[in-house]
Design a protein around this ligand. Sequence first.
Ligand SMILES: Nc1ncnc2c1ncn2[C@@H]1O[C@H](COP(=O)(O)OP(=O)(O)OP(=O)(O)O)[C@@H](O)[C@H]1O
Ligand SMILES: [Mg+2]
Length: 228
Amino acid sequence: MSEILRADRVCRSFGEGATRVDALVDVDVSVHAGELTVVHGPSGSGKTTLLNLLGGLDRPTSGRILLDGQVSLGELPEHDLLAVRRTRIGYVFQSFGLIPVLSARENVEVPLRLVGTPAGERDERVEEVLELVGLAPHARQRPYELSGGQQQRVGIARALVTRPDLLIADEPTGQLDSDTAATIMALLADLTQRRGMAAVISTHDPSHIATATRRVELLDGRVVASVR
Ligand SMILES: Nc1ncnc2c1ncn2[C@@H]1O[C@H](COP(=O)(O)OP(=O)(O)OP(=O)(O)O)[C@@H](O)[C@H]1O
Ligand SMILES: [Mg+2]
């Protein structure tokens, strides 16, 4: 499958002098359409830092993140980077990140409102993705009326509704019990394959590595294994 995103000798440091932390050192990662890449490693190994860079939420200290082999995310002006984030990338969060006063369907609709999709098309798209994650019967419920697993399905539907080429999920199962987490991982793997989208997911749970088509293992900010 085709490469959509590539990290090329990426370094990310925080702070200066004696307090400097090298969170990522010379990281190379290749992300492909239709594949689920799982990033794993112990706490502090650099997973969140890497996902933030791959998702255009942060910029590398050195090295390049190339989208479609040409656009260097770290060098894009903020306005262009925002456009890339809104149209090409979907984000799923550990704490779901849903707006409490909105129903499931209204939460899913938010990214489409941000890019100005007309109302009729919004309704169709929202219905389609809620169906896809198995949440259509709960469309009118608010987050507090849903289980953790259901809330994360809303989070996934919201990430998919703009039809992104790339899905980024930092510990999307971190707040779920192990059975629910396994179901969510299986759903993400299935959606990645069916939609031909690329997904990069971090986890510290080794049992989730089996879901991956590619895995990247980090230790102290370095890639210690990269396996397809
Ligand atoms: N904004 C920041 N300022 C200073 N140091 C940071 C910052 N963000 C991350 N770090 C440091 O970079 C290293 C990697 O952190 P990161 O959050 O990427 O790890 P992680 O693998 O996601 O850990 P966890 O499994 O606990 O979520 C850590 O040493 C962390 O303290
Ligand atoms: Mg983290």
